[in-house]
Design a protein around this ligand. Structure first.
Ligand SMILES: Cc1cc2nc3c(=O)[nH]c(=O)nc-3n(C[C@H](O)[C@H](O)[C@H](O)COP(=O)(O)O)c2cc1C
Length: 194
């Protein structure tokens, strides 16, 4: 069974992201085709990147990096729940991504965003970042409007049709997640037999 992380990418007090990530996690929890885990980057207390070596070398010197690495390594796919800050990726999320490299490789990512225009500019940037990390990003995504899906920009009250969008997105995550898992297994067996 695939293991899928629902990653909450904002950390500020009073963040809207928490309600959104919990909503995604609740919808995902009704499915039986994967194991889902809620991952809040705030819980990992990552400072601004403080590893001396490139993440490609996977030679971590800090306990917080080792803990974060083990957690991210344990998944086959990721659903990033992201805000849009100044038309881009929230710094805390980009920082958490940059701590690692191999752990993300040859896996799958999907996106749920929120903002004035659905947070889509943040997701466009995340897709570029994922390309460098060799992560396959599914097309289906969920964009939530601060004007429509929140009351007073703070109380999350999503339009009902978004639940179907979450499931369509997760369907793509399952299909590609299985394919990428097979790829990772094949790569390993190739190495073992060469
Ligand atoms: C630093 C900062 C920059 C923001 N920039 C944008 C922006 O460029 N576009 C947008 O739609 N919303 C922007 N917003 C509003 C956020 O979409 C909104 O506050 C959202 O709730 C932030 O996510 P969070 O509550 O999980 O932190 C910004 C908010 C913050 C705190």
């Amino acid at each position: 069974m695939l293991r899928v992380a629902i990653i909450l990418g904002s950390t500020r007090p009073g963040r809207n992201g928490e309600a959104v990530a919990k909503w995604v996690y609740d919808i995902a929890g009704k499915r039986t085709d994967a194991e889902f885990e809620y991952v809040d980057i705030k819980d990992y207390n990552l400072p601004l990147l403080d590893e001396p070596n490139s993440a490609l070398m996977r030679q971590y010197t800090k306990e917080h990096t080792k803990t974060w690495s083990a957690k991210i390594d344990s998944f086959d796919a990721y659903v990033f729940v992201t805000a849009e800050y100044n038309h881009g990726i929230p710094g805390a999320l980009k920082n958490a991504i940059d701590f690692l490299y191999n752990e993300w490789n040859n896996k799958v990512a999907a996106f749920v965003s929120y903002g004035g225009v659905g947070g889509v500019r943040s997701v466009e940037q995340l897709r570029l970042v994922m390309a460098e990390l060799q992560v396959a990003t599914v097309r289906a995504q969920v964009a939530l409007s601060l004007y429509i899906d929140f009351e007073n920009f703070t109380k999350f009250n999503p339009a009902p049709y978004h639940e179907k969008e979450v499931n369509s997105m997760l369907d793509q995550v399952m299909a590609w997640g299985s394919a990428m898992k097979a790829l990772r297994t094949k790569k390993l067996s190739d190495i073992m037999t060469s």
